[in-house]
Design a protein around this ligand. Structure first.
Ligand code: AMP
Length: 221
C-alpha cells in the first residue's frame, strides 16, 4: 500500500481546485475534502445555522474560522481519510493555516504539499460565470469550454437536470476575489515558509494542469 498523501490545493475561486481534487481523488483513491461543499450541504438545512450560512455564501462571505477548523479537524479523523486527503478550499485564512499546522501535529501526521493553482482574474470571471454541474452526479460543464456532447444530457450519467451555484454571479465573485486577495493570499507565503509550496499555471487545459500536479507529487504515469 502506498504512503498516505496529504495535500492542500489552493488558489483563487474558479482556479480549478475542485476539478483537480476530484481527478486526484479518482487517480490515487484519497479523500477529497471541500469545505465549500460541506458548507453548501449545511446551508440546505432549514435551521438557524443553515439559513445564516446560506445568506453568507450568497454574499461570498467566509464562514468563521472556528467553525471551519472544527469541521475539518473532525472530518480528517474519519475512516476514509486515513489513506490521505486533499484539502480543497481550506485553509482560507492565516488563522486557519496555523490551526491546520496544529491539527496535523496533534494527530501525528504531516502535510506533503501545498499546491497553488495560478489563474488571472479575467479568466476566473469567465470560468465561474459559465460553469454549471449535473444535478445528479456533479459532473462539471461550461457554457463555452465544456458543453455536454448531447445538448442537455450529462455525458457521465445521462441526467437532464443541471445546476449553477448561487454564489457564481458577478457581484459575489468580485467579493470572493477581494476576500481571496486579503485573507487567503497570505496563506501562500505561509506554506512557502513551511517548505511545502508548489505553484502551477492553471490557465491551460484540465488535463495539462492535472499532469503538472501529478509530476509535482511524483505520481507514476
Ligand atoms: P468554494 O466551494 O471553495 O468556492 O467555497 C464556497 C464558499 O464557501 C466560499 O466563497 C466561502 O464563502 C465559503 N468557504 C469555503 N471554504 C471556506 C473556509 N475554509 N473558510 C471560510 N469560508 C469558506
Amino acid at each position: 500500500m502506498q504512503k498516505p498523501l496529504r495535500i492542500v490545493l489552493t488558489g483563487a475561486p474558479g482556479c480549478g481546485k475542485g476539478t483537480q481534487a476530484r481527478i486526484l481523488r479518482d487517480r490515487i483513491g484519497i479523500c477529497h475534502l471541500s469545505t465549500g461543499e460541506m458548507l453548501r450541504a449545511y446551508a440546505l438545512k432549514d435551521t438557524p445555522l443553515g439559513r445564516e450560512l446560506k445568506a453568507s455564501l450568497e454574499r461570498g462571505e467566509f464562514a468563521t474560522d472556528e467553525m471551519i477548523v472544527d469541521m475539518v479537524s473532525s472530518r480528517i479523523d474519519e475512516e476514509d481519510c486515513q489513506n490521505g486527503f486533499i484539502l480543497d478550499g481550506f485553509p482560507r485564512t492565516l488563522p486557519q493555516a496555523e490551526a491546520l499546522e496544529d491539527i496535523v501535529k496533534q494527530k501525528n501526521i504531516s502535510l506533503d504539499a501545498a499546491i497553488e493553482i495560478q489563474v488571472p482574474d479575467e479568466i476566473i470571471m469567465e470560468r465561474i460565470l459559465g460553469r454549471y454541474t449535473c444535478a445528479v452526479c456533479g459532473e462539471g460543464y461550461h457554457d463555452k469550454n465544456r458543453k455536454p456532447k448531447i445538448y442537455g444530457v450529462c455525458d457521465k450519467c445521462g441526467a437532464t437536470e443541471f445546476v449553477r451555484r448561487a454564489d457564481d454571479n458577478r457581484q459575489t465573485v468580485k467579493n470572493r476575489l477581494i476576500n481571496y486577495r486579503q485573507l487567503t493570499y497570505p496563506t501562500i507565503s505561509y506554506f512557502e515558509r513551511l517548505g511545502l509550496l508548489h505553484c502551477v499555471d492553471g490557465t491551460g487545459s484540465i488535463e495539462a494542469t492535472a499532469k503538472k500536479i501529478a509530476d509535482i507529487l511524483g505520481l507514476a504515469k
